[in-house]
Ligand binder design. Structure first.
Ligand SMILES: [Zn+2]
Ligand SMILES: [Zn+2]
Length: 214
């Protein structure tokens, strides 16, 4: 799995309860005796019978599997979703996927991270001219929906620092986005910055990682 063995996994951290994020979590945890960490709201709605669980909350910091994990609140149509700042020594990863707004909390989770994993869910033109029903288009574009390519560009421009070496765009919609468009949009938004992190996008439905820092 992603070039690592399940036995190398110390813990699972779940950001929210949507199926595309928790599918297989219980099986993996039970088969390999791995604990799962999530917020109270996420744990309440995630089937984890028999799994060792730990509760995390936005605004706190936790020692999990050799990492320092700090969850941050995000706006998304889920019970208690979070973005994550994950540190190991001087290195840091900012993880923000499944969110509809760029809030102060989100910028704080990302700013200055060496590696950013950031949602770029849709190209606005593709979404609007696509086949999704209007209510779904509105939900995706809403404050509690998903980040567009342009949103990801804005978040990158606000949070990338000279320490930021790499931005990986994730959670691209198969219907409403293309990796090339996402990368182009984000690079365009960062044109004015003196530092230029590498920007790449994961393929639709493709696995990302593992990432090695430093
Ligand atoms: Zn998702
Ligand atoms: Zn979601």
């Amino acid at each position: 799995m992603f070039g690592i063995e399940p036995t190398q996994i110390d813990a699972l951290v779940l950001t929210h309860e949507h199926t595309d994020h928790i599918r297989g979590a219980r099986r993996l945890c039970l088969d390999h005796d791995v604990p799962a960490y999530a917020t109270r709201g996420t744990l309440a709605l995630t089937p984890l019978d028999g799994v060792r669980t730990g509760r995390i909350a936005a605004g706190q910091s936790y020692r999990i599997g050799g990492f320092e994990v700090a969850p941050f609140k995000v706006r998304h149509l889920a019970a208690e979703p979070v973005a994550l700042s994950i540190s190991c020594g001087p290195r840091r990863i900012g993880f923000a996927s499944d969110l509809g707004s760029i809030t102060r909390d989100v910028i704080d989770a990302m700013v200055g991270a060496d590696l950013m994993l950031m949602e770029a869910n849709y190209d606005d033109e593709m979404l609007m001219s696509g086949t999704y029903p209007d209510f779904l288009k509105r939900a995706i574009r809403g404050d509690h929906g998903h980040l567009s390519n342009d949103d990801a560009g804005l978040l990158s421009a606000k949070s990338a620092t000279p320490d930021t070496g790499r931005i990986v765009l994730i959670h691209l919609s198969r219907e409403n986005n293309e990796p090339d468009k996402a990368v182009r949009a984000v690079k365009e938004c960062m044109k004015g910055l003196s530092h230029k992190p590498r920007v790449e996008a994961t393929e639709h439905g493709g696995a990302s990682g593992p990432f090695r820092l430093g």
